[in-house]
Every structure is written in C-alpha cells, then in structure tokens.
Design a protein around this ligand. Structure first.
Ligand SMILES: NC(=O)c1ccc[n+]([C@@H]2O[C@H](COP(=O)([O-])OP(=O)(O)OC[C@H]3O[C@@H](n4cnc5c(N)ncnc54)[C@H](O)[C@@H]3O)[C@@H](O)[C@H]2O)c1
Length: 254
C-alpha cells in the first residue's frame, strides 16, 4: 500500500492505534502530523522517522485545533487523511463518577473529534478527496455497566460520523467510523474499576483494526467492525437488548 507524499493528521498519535497508524503510514511514504497531549509519547512515535512531525495538542481546545490544522497544511501540505484517535476511557459506575469526569470524557472523545473534523474536513470536501477516519468503538453501539460515560461519548461519535457521511456522500471524501471490541493498547489500563466483561473479551491486535480500516475504506463501507465479536455485539444490541443486559448483570454481579 503506497501513501507516497500523502499528508495525514492523526490525533492520539502518542500511543496505541494512533501511534501504530502513524508509524505504518510513515513507512508507506506518507508525511504524518501526529497530535497528542502526550509529548513524550509523540517523541517515541516519531523516533527515527523523518516523515513524522509532532504537534502537541489538546483536542478539546477548539482554537488550538484550528491553529494546528492550519499549521499542518502550511508545513506539510493539504491534508489527505484525518484519523481522530485521541480518547480516554476511565471506567466506573456512573454514580461513582462526578459530573466533571463524565463531561471530560465527552469533551475529549466526542468534542475533540468534532473540533478536528470541523477544522479539517471543509478543505477536503472543497478538494473533493480525502479520508476521514473517526474512532468510535463497539461501545458506541453496546452500552455496558461501568462504561456509561465512555458509551455516551462513543454513541455521540457514531451518530455524528454517520450523519456527516450521509450529508456529504458523493463529494469525493471517504468516511470510516471505527467500532472495535477491546484492543490491546494502553487505553485498557484506564479501566480501573475492573469491569469483568473485559476478562471475557480478550483484546484483539491493533494491526487487525488498522487493516480493517483500509479494507472498509476501499470498499466504501462506513462502519468498521473489525471482527466477529464486534459484529455480533452490534446485532445483540439491535435485536436482543434484554438478553444483552441480562448477560451484563450476570457478568458484573449488579
Ligand atoms: N483500545 C481499545 O480497547 C479500544 C477499543 C475500541 C475503540 N478504541 C478507540 O480507539 C482510539 C485509539 O485508542 P487507543 O486504544 O489507541 O488508546 P491509547 O490510550 O493508547 O491512545 C490514546 C491517545 O489519546 C491521547 N489523548 C488523550 N486525551 C487527549 C487530548 N485531550 N488531546 C489530544 N490527545 C489526547 C492520549 O495521550 C493517548 O496518546 C480511541 O478513540 C479509543 O476510544 C479503543
């Protein structure tokens, strides 16, 4: 796969899937702008990669996001692909979390995605080409005990991306809404309340998710369910919600 001289902006590039995507795309010839609050993480991502440029950024800061997008376009050129991967996932029963934390999760996971999309997408639409890849989660379809705040933020990402796609299809830009089950990245370490459901679902490899994104983009498929667990969970939620909740209560003992 060649991305020779394509310009890619990736948020959350200092860790996990954002980092892996950045490194893979650099290896495929792209010039990658990696944005993250974690500057040390960005340095690690870009180590010995001259095609990588670090842009320290808090995606919740709308003005800083607009400035960064403008800087990326000025320094690297028109953006061909945006990957919104920045997120946090502190778990916990909703009544054990304060409003500030619940709002913060929404701010980063959903509003951050909105900020970056609003800053970068108009120019891609005007050029009639580009890829917008928004990381949601299977948690954007399937609500679960301990994940309420994260669920709400990812449901929002799914709705936003789905409507955005339908409002702009046939305008040359490709869209992907990525809905993985648990993936082996540092994000899972944030599940401090130790939901038992994570013990039942061994994480898949981040490579599998990134491969699925490319194949779905190539086939023009919006929703990226990278494996059978994700697809099955989606169907459970749609057709057997009572069974889904019964399983959740049994698993967590609540
Ligand atoms: N790992 C999983 O199990 C899993 C499953 C489904 C979906 N996802 C989603 O995939 C995406 C990538 O997750 P990951 O697993 O690679 O996570 P990760 O924790 O490894 O990386 C997330 C990155 O986002 C950055 N970040 C956090 N807040 C930020 C902010 N305000 N501004 C800029 N950067 C910020 C972090 O510093 C970190 O480098 C996320 O959207 C996540 O919700 C992950």
């Amino acid at each position: 796969m060649s991305f020779e001289d394509q310009v890619v902006l990736i948020t959350g590039a200092g860790s996990g899937m954002g980092r892996l995507a950045a490194q893979r795309l650099c290896a495929a010839g792209a010039r990658v702008a990696g944005a993250d609050v974690n500057e040390e993480g960005l340095r690690e991502t870009g180590r010995d990669r001259e095609r990588f440029r670090a842009f320290p950024l808090d995606v919740t800061d709308e003005r800083a996001v607009a400035r960064t997008v403008a800087e990326v376009e000025q320094e690297l050129g028109p953006i061909d692909r945006v990957m919104n991967a920045a997120a946090i996932m502190p778990t916990g029963l909703l009544m054990d979390q304060d409003a500030g934390l619940v709002n913060r999760i929404m701010d980063i996971n959903y509003c951050g995605t909105v900020n970056v999309t609003m800053a970068a997408l108009p120019a891609m639409l005007a050029r009639g080409r580009g890829d917008l890849v928004n990381f949601a989660s299977i948690a954007g379809w399937l609500p679960a005990l301990h994940f309420g705040a994260y669920n709400a933020s990812k449901f929002a990402v799914v709705a936003f991306t789905e409507v955005l796609y339908h409002e702009n299809r046939n305008r040359g830009v490709r869209f992907a809404c990525v809905c993985p089950p648990p993936v082996a990245t540092p994000l899972l370490d944030q599940a401090k309340s130790q939901p038992k459901v994570l013990e039942d679902l061994p994480p898949i490899a981040p490579e599998k998710v990134l491969d699925a994104i490319e194949s779905h983009l190539d086939r023009g498929k919006l929703m990226v369910f990278p494996d059978r667990v994700a697809k099955l969970s989606y169907h459970m939620r749609r057709f057997l919600p009572g069974l889904m909740w019964a399983g959740g209560h049994r698993t967590e003992g609540i």
